[in-house]
Design a protein around this ligand. Sequence first.
Ligand code: HEM
Length: 348
Amino acid sequence: MAARAEFIGDTGESAPARWEPPFGTGQVHVVLSLLAADQESLAVVVERARKAHAQLPGLQVVHRQDFYQLSTGRTSFGYKDGIGNPTIEGSGAESPPGDGSVLKAGEFVLGYPDETGNLPPMPQPAELGRNGTFVAWRKLHTRVAAFRRYLHDNSDSPEEESLLAAKIVGRWQSGAPLILAPEHDDPALGADDQRNNGFRYESDPRGAICPHGAHARRANPRDSEIIGDIRLHRMIRRGTNYGPPLPAGTLDDDGADRGIVFVFIGSHLDRQFEFVKSQWLNDGHFTGLDQEKDLLTGNNDGTGIFTIPQYPIRRRLHGVERFVITRGGEYFFLPSLSALRWLANPAA
Ligand code: HEM
């Protein structure tokens, strides 16, 4: 990932030279995710992993990153995340009503045809590559106080502030999509898995309800009119938090390191993760927004702009700074369970 830094916008404060070691040094060869329902059961899983690792003398633990999911399912910025994910053909899951896009399994699992009808390149031999996929793992520091202050300084009331926040993300904090709840948050809608992902942007071609520059609309324009095939740029995301949450209402930075561990999963690191990051989030050309970058995650430098289409005169915010800093990241191959068994015992 460090070698692709310029392309994916990891520049300035986010440049690999400033990443936390060992990210970007070439020392990271394997990542092991240990998941548990609570701290007690996590300790048991970690102990199991430690014992297994002790039998593998070639491996050395170079880093440990603790992370957790808030019971609200919210991220450090206060929004519910993890709603917009693709439905995969053959998985048994049905696309939510109104979403209408089921994607070929090969977009996410190696060894099957993707949306182009081809088999994506995969590690060889087939025993290793088949049913595997690729992962982009990123540790993203979030400047929560600065983001809250930016919202506060650009609004005249708490109501205006939460509407502005929704225009920036494309969803209210509860997860309710702006396009289905244009004026107020609707927590029941945000919590309803059948409805919170069942929408398109056809009723809002000018972005008067959900700006073209909103994070979720940039990252998945759905049926918005753009050049290219949106279906080739979808991704599975699994994000979670690290660090303590900033207490509600605080506008001053407390110096704590907090943010998101962002995980991309898909068969094509380049046309899925890198394309969305470089073209849709960090470049405004695709929506006709010139140099405008994603306000939430873009590599802005204090001179960024954010346009909110509205009648009779659009609103334009200036002075957008960088609210998300990359602290490190790596690309990985994620083998299937059968590939792990094959690695453990190739002759079987
Ligand atoms: C700290 C960084 C980030 C934060 C706080 C963040 C936050 C969010 C939130 C709150 C949503 C709306 C909830 C949802 O639709 O699931 C969202 C959606 C999304 N984000 Fe991010 N995000 C971050 C980074 C990224 C990056 C780096 C990418 C891709 C390279 C990305 C891609 C997406 C996609 C694809 C969606 C779903 C849009 C949809 O299907 O409607 N995000 N993000």
